[in-house]
Design a protein around this ligand. Structure first.
Ligand SMILES: O=C(O)CCC(=O)C(=O)O
Ligand SMILES: [Fe+2]
Length: 161
């Protein structure tokens, strides 16, 4: 990911500092009225990146793009990588941390397994200097991970001004 921004291979990782991995297993039981209920409501992931494994063929992850919800299916056995907020900040908005949600299914169980890469609570993340120029001013202020986690509600907003 760093190299795709024209940076050295570990630049994003260095900005994130020592990360810890949190594993989460979600179970979505069948729901007779999926139109009236939600599994996991709209959010962005707050850490660096999230790896999602959907072991069943039941699609439940949706991402919001241009005002529309799109299902995200994975090839069998494949991991889906979700860019999270800290990579959006460090890349100065080039990588986007998508709004997503988990929806329910009428007659099928669904399990999703996630590995979140979280930061040390004191870790300070700011847009990488190499990505800042007169034409690309910083979109975010340096923010400690614990403060971001606390404030995280809804979409990540540009707050450098
Ligand atoms: O179950 C899913 O596919 C998404 C879960 C999710 O977004 C989360 O736990 O943060
Ligand atoms: Fe999520």
């Amino acid at each position: 990911m760093s190299e795709s921004l024209g940076l050295s291979a570990h630049r994003l990782e260095e900005m994130m500092g020592e990360m810890q991995q949190t594993i989460l297993v979600n179970h979505y039981p069948p729901c007779p009225r999926p139109d009236l209920a939600i599994g996991i409501d709209t959010h962005t992931d707050v850490g660096a990146v999230s790896c999602l494994w959907q072991p069943d063929d039941v699609v439940g992850l949706q991402v919001l793009r241009e005002g529309e919800w799109h299902p995200v299916s994975s090839a069998r056995g494949a991991l889906t990588i979700i860019v999270a907020d800290q990579v959006q900040i460090a890349s100065n908005g080039i990588f986007k941390s998508p709004l997503h949600r988990g929806v329910l299914n009428k007659d099928k169980n669904r399990v999703s397994i996630l590995s979140f890469y979280q930061l040390n609570p004191e870790q300070l993340v700011s847009p990488l200097e190499d990505l800042i120029s007169d034409s690309s001013p910083p979109m975010y202020q340096p923010t400690r991970f614990k403060d971001h986690e606390q404030a995280a509600k809804g979409p990540l907003s540009a707050n450098a001004s």
